[in-house]
Design a protein around this ligand. Structure first.
Ligand SMILES: Nc1ncnc2c1ncn2[C@@H]1O[C@H](COP(=O)(O)OP(=O)(O)OP(=O)(O)O)[C@@H](O)[C@H]1O
Length: 752
């Protein structure tokens, strides 16, 4: 009987893939069709773009989930069953009957929530394991206790599939968890709250996994809205983004942009680093005011006068007159560069009045003899005087964010001396902490887009002229061809009129519209893009200035924030969720917690928890879902690199990954002793052995972790480092151990 069960499932999977192959073929065909030229008009072009995006999305989704399409099945007490998969697939019948239910659909929900106590209408839950297109295992849970039917694949504990996933060798890339989402996680993933949702929990509680699956869920639930606006995921470093970057594509979702803080200002690569103190100062909320003052400083006054040569005369612009123009301009409350147009106008008016007064005043009664056309002429002449423009540039210069911040960092004004000294920099690369400053500056400055608008219009005119030329040539040549024929069809000229098919302006517009970039790609290039949803991982690390930037990118305030205050390492991070969120959403946000540690075995957690407990005796770590029976070990060594090399050789699993987490200054000697290990740059997490500093280890996990010289880590960094292993942990040191680890009872370490 049991073999029959397996055969039945295999038959189903075969049918499913046959259908997928048909769908894939059709999607490829219709994509080719959608890419072909379309009819006239913007609407048609727009529809074409939408069709292309949809069909390439469907193709990408089908490709991505191939090989792992179906993973579960629920049998209903009322009869019937549903297969559950990474995406939904419908049969090719008139009713389009669902063959496979998307895991995010409401019908699939009992798969994640049903228990023996609350079976939610289920008789049985089945986990299917497949390799490629072959079913390799089944695990059944009976949920209706009165049901006596047995399949022979019963899993009495109900967690064999979960434990197998948790125990499997790591690959250096995070996988999705759709097959084994736990009830507490499902509630967060599907939380109906549309605004800010905070997901808090200790190490390994699945915060990152949950946030990513929530993004997939939201993209499914609100596809119309979110696919257009894209979802942004912000993570602490590029290695982490590489680590989590395959989860959403594997779920068929591609409308997502992953970025670190340093990548959030288009056109800037933030490759520099700051001292912790400098990063903290740059991240402080008061920097917004400081930068506003720095902009105001650039709106200067003549000291004491600017002499402008005009019409063989000298105009003396003094501080008083310039101040009037400046105050009037400032009163508009516009960003600096946008306001410049108004300053130009005010200043030209002031100078026009000066000239008019000088040349037009009646010497007898003091009245002005000039008429309005004279005044206009004076103003026009002043507008052509380079001296006038030099004065305007001096008093209200057009500024770029880069210029403003470069000048500010070279000579930081409006800050206490110590803070100014901490951030002073006259050369060097941009740093991630500069990015929120650049963004703030871009907001304060705005863009004077007059020139751009004019250039765009000139460009459009040029393209219209070009398109007109192309059409004229084709029109003329076709006509010529036909004139050669003996009998020229009366209607031929009309049939061939290119102008009838598409006029030049439309052709030019079509070039403009021909932008097949996805929403995520467009978003990456656009500083002012408003994302549909933002997920921030390690959110506890961000500074107030970074929050300002992110909130600007998400005017709807639809955010998922993931973090663990106990793992905060950044100086100057905001600290409490309420404090972070109050300025943007007051108290309208939801706080959720995850309490089970899926990553770190109990034996390792017993040791790791000593670190936060040293500062907070009441500290309770999340509860590990499993124990491995293997205790972490502790080793003192004089020659640390040799000891680490030996430990790597001993511990290295046949499959899976080892991380050596060591302070940066030990990386060079360690790398020399460890074969195939690179030092510096972004770590390649897919290599069998990687060398990391504790900050780089954030959010990651490995089968085996070796922590080197723990006394040199800050407490939260050490906690992070000790909680990265899924199987085994070793600690090596030459310096004395930090107090927290000295407190660990001897029995919690492995013997010897
Ligand atoms: N329901 C689940 N099924 C299978 N694996 C799970 C489940 N939940 C979490 N995991 C796994 O547990 C590990 C830890 O998850 P994740 O990295 O999301 O935790 P985290 O809370 O973000 O951790 P940290 O704060 O320490 O970085 C991952 O390998 C993840 O795939």
């Amino acid at each position: 009987m049991s073999n029959q069960e397996l055969r039945n499932e295999q038959e189903f999977i075969d049918r499913l893939y046959a259908r997928v192959d048909v769908l894939r073929g059709r999607a490829a065909e219709s994509l080719a069709g959608a890419l072909a030229p379309v009819g006239r008009g913007r609407q048609a072009l727009l529809e074409r773009d939408v069709a292309v995006a949809e069909r390439s999305g469907l193709l990408a989704a089908l490709d991505a989930v191939d090989g792992s399409l179906c993973f579960g099945r629920i049998d209903l007490t009322a009869g019937g069953h549903h297969h559950i998969g990474r995406i939904g697939i419908r049969a090719d019948d008139p009713e389009l009957t669902p063959l496979l239910v998307d895991w995010r659909a409401p019908v699939a929900r009992p798969f994640y929530l049903a228990t023996g106590h609350t079976p939610m209408g289920l008789r049985r839950r089945r986990h299917l394991t497949t390799e490629g297109r072959e079913v390799t295992a089944l695990h059944d849970e009976i949920l209706d206790l009165d049901d006596t039917e047995r399949t022979g694949y019963e899993d009495p504990s109900g967690d064999a599939v979960l434990l197998a996933a948790l125990n499997s060798a790591r690959t250096g890339r995070m996988g999705d968890i759709v097959q084994t989402i736990q009830a507490e996680q499902d509630r967060i993933i599907r939380a109906p709250h549309r605004g800010v949702l905070v997901v808090e929990g200790g190490p390994g509680t699945g915060k990152t996994a949950v946030a990513l699956h929530r993004a997939a869920y939201l993209l499914y639930e609100h596809r119309e809205l979110l696919a257009k606006r894209a979802v942004l995921i912000v993570g602490p470093n590029p290695a982490f983004l590489g680590y989590i970057g395959e989860v959403l594509p594997a779920l068929g979702e591609t409308g997502v942009l992953l970025a670190t803080q340093g990548e959030l200002y288009p056109g800037i690569r933030a490759t520099g680093t700051d001292t912790p103190r400098a990063a903290a100062v740059k991240g402080r909320a008061d920097l917004a005011d400081v930068l506003a003052k720095a902009v105001a400083d650039r709106q200067s006054l003549p000291d004491p006068v600017i002499a402008i040569e005009h019409d063989r005369d000298l105009l003396l612009l003094d501080a008083g007159l310039a101040r009037v123009a400046r105050d009037r301009t400032r009163a508009l409350g516009l960003p600096h560069n946008v306001a410049r147009e108004h300053f130009e106008g005010h200043l030209l008016n002031t100078l026009t009045d000066m000239v008019a007064e000088r040349i037009g005043t009646d010497p007898y009664d003091g009245s002005n003899l000039l008429d309005p056309s004279d005044i206009t002429q004076i103003r026009d002449e002043l507008g052509e005087n380079p001296g006038v423009w030099a004065a305007i540039d001096q008093l209200w210069p057009v500024l770029t964010p880069q210029r403003l911040i470069t000048d500010f960092l070279a000579d930081p004004a409006h800050l206490p001396d110590g803070d100014a000294a901490a951030i002073r920099r006259t050369a060097g690369a941009w740093t991630p902490a500069d990015v929120p400053l650049l963004d703030e500056a871009a907001e304060l400055l705005g863009e004077d887009d007059r020139a751009e608008r004019a250039a765009a219009e000139a460009d459009r005119q040029q393209r219209i002229a070009f398109a007109q030329g192309v059409l004229d040539v084709s029109y003329a040549s076709r006509t010529y061809e036909f004139e050669d024929k003996e009998e020229l069809d009366d209607d031929a000229s009309e049939v061939l009129s290119a102008h009838d098919i598409m006029d030049a302006e439309r052709m030019a517009e079509r070039q403009e519209e021909d932008d097949h970039r996805s929403a995520a790609e467009r978003a990456a290039a656009d500083r002012t893009w408003a994302f549909g949803h933002i997920i921030v991982d390690e959110a506890q690390e961000l500074s107030p200035m970074a929050w300002r930037l992110l909130m600007r990118r998400c005017p709807t305030r639809s955010l998922t924030l993931v973090g663990d205050p106990a793992q905060t390492s950044q100086e100057g991070a905001v600290g409490s969720w309420a404090k972070i969120l109050e300025p943007y959403v007051q108290d309208r946000w939801e706080h959720t917690r995850l309490a089970v540690n899926y990553r770190t075995p109990a034996e390792i957690m017993d040791v790791a928890a000593a670190v936060p407990r040293a500062g907070d005796p009441g500290f309770e770590p999340p509860k590990s879902i499993r124990a491995t029976g293997v205790r972490p070990w502790l080793r003192a060594a004089d020659d640390l690199p040799a000891a680490v090399a030996r430990a790597v050789a001993e511990e290295r699993p046949a499959e899976g990954r080892v991380a050596v987490i060591a302070p940066r200054e030990l990386h060079a000697p360690l790398a020399r002793r460890l074969e195939g290990v690179r030092e510096g740059g972004e770590p390649d997490l897919t290599l069998p052995v990687v060398l990391l500093d504790p900050r780089q280890a954030k959010g990651l996990e490995f089968d085996v972790v070796l922590v080197v010289e723990p006394a040199r880590f800050g407490a939260s960094d050490l906690y992070v480092a000790l909680t990265r292993a899924t199987q085994r942990l070793g600690v090596l040191h030459r310096d004395p151990l930090p107090a927290a680890l000295r407190e660990v009872p001897a029995g919690e370490w492995a013997e010897g």
